[in-house]
Design a binder for this molecule. Structure first.
Ligand code: F6P
Length: 338
């Protein structure tokens, strides 16, 4: 029997388990043995894998995270690990690998595929929705819903205390979560990495809103947004850990306007818990499609969603450039800004 392996790499996100479940179901129907690799690429390095069956993958649709575990290792930086991956792939009798992940996981998959070490089909996941080649990467809808609910909750406390609330969401390079949750939650100002922040403009907008009688405001900011004229010497990792941008924005607002301001960094809450129905649905469709691509020998390809239809693209197309926010949506959001 032919063997498909599946791994989930990089950051986890809600919906991964629906892909795993779908790959096992469809794989078994098509006559494959499906093996699950533990902890992303690390599992291939360490030869940590086990055969998956219906029992092991039942009842997992509503579970966030990934039953396979994940890691952020990049074997391309380590020749020994590349060797181990190649050997374990061969020794494990694997015919094709389904790599479920974001930019980094898919870049690794593509390189190993191009070097002839593994045969791979990619499945796009990203709470940031920043992968090109697909209209949608699962995980994003859940993140947007969580962030929207948080904005709803912050509204009431902001209003009671007549405060400015700065809500920081994930998105290092693109502002998809901030934009969509900001619109859905009725944020007054949306700040995204695609456009550097002009603090003076933000403060002027807040003052105009106050003059109109609104004594509170909600600002949503992506973690990767940059403030014009502010030189941040911290590394990207430190910035993320300290939720730095929202604090800088809040401080500048208080100094400039005198309005009392508070910060909420949503962080990994956006990646945790139950996936939305949409992410389960897309994850399931992606998993089934990935097995079909394996069966058709379409290696080096990634499952993709275009105009609500399942397609596939070269993995290369998905990783060569980040998908930035939809400019029409961004322009529209200004109708509702402070
Ligand atoms: O890539 C997904 C993501 O959640 C980003 O939005 C965020 O910047 C990053 O991962 C956080 O990474 P970690 O879980 O390693 O802290």
């Amino acid at each position: 029997m032919k063997k498909i392996a599946i791994l989930t790499g990089g950051a986890d996100c809600p919906g991964l388990n629906s892909v795993i479940r779908a790959v096992v179901r469809k794989g078994m129907i098509e006559g494959y043995v499906v093996t699950g690799i533990k902890n992303g690429w690390l599992g291939l390095v360490e030869n940590d894998m086990r055969i998956l069956d219906l029992r092991l993958t039942s009842g997992i649709l509503d579970r966030g995270g990934t039953i396979l575990g994940t890691s952020r290792i990049n074997p391309l930086e380590n020749a020994e690990q590349i060797k181990q991956i190649t050997e374990n792939y061969k020794r494990g009798g694997i015919d094709a690998l389904i790599a479920v992940g974001g930019e980094e996981t898919l870049k690794i998959a593509l390189t190993l595929h191009e070097e002839g070490r593994i045969r791979v089909v990619g499945v796009p996941k990203s709470i940031d929705n920043a992968l090109s080649g697909t209209d949608y990467a699962f995980g994003f809808d859940t993140a947007v819903n969580i962030a929207t609910e948080c904005i709803d909750r912050l509204h009431t406390t902001a209003e009671s205390h007549h405060r400015i609330m700065v809500v920081e969401v994930m998105g290092r390079y693109t502002g998809w979560i901030a934009l969509e949750a900001g619109i859905a939650g009725g944020a007054d100002i949306i700040l995204v990495p695609e456009f550097p922040i002009n603090i003076q403009e933000v403060c002027d907008s807040l003052k105009r809103r106050h003059q109109r009688g609104k004594s509170f405001s909600i600002i949503i900011v992506s973690e990767g947004a940059k403030i014009i004229g502010y030189l941040d010497k911290r590394t990207e990792v430190e910035r993320r850990r300290f939720g730095n941008v929202s604090e800088m924005v809040a401080k500048a607002i208080e100094e400039n306007t005198g309005y009392e301001t508070r910060v909420s960094v949503l962080g990994h809450i956006q990646r945790g818990g139950t996936p939305t129905a949409y992410d389960r649905l897309i994850g399931t469709q992606f998993g089934v499609k990935a097995v079909e691509l394996v069966k058709e020998g379409k290696f080096g390809k990634m499952v993709s969603l275009r105009d609500n239809k399942l397609h596939y693209v070269d993995i290369e197309e998905a990783v060569k450039k980040r998908k930035t926010i939809d400019m029409d949506l961004y322009e529209m959001s200004k109708v509702f800004s402070a």
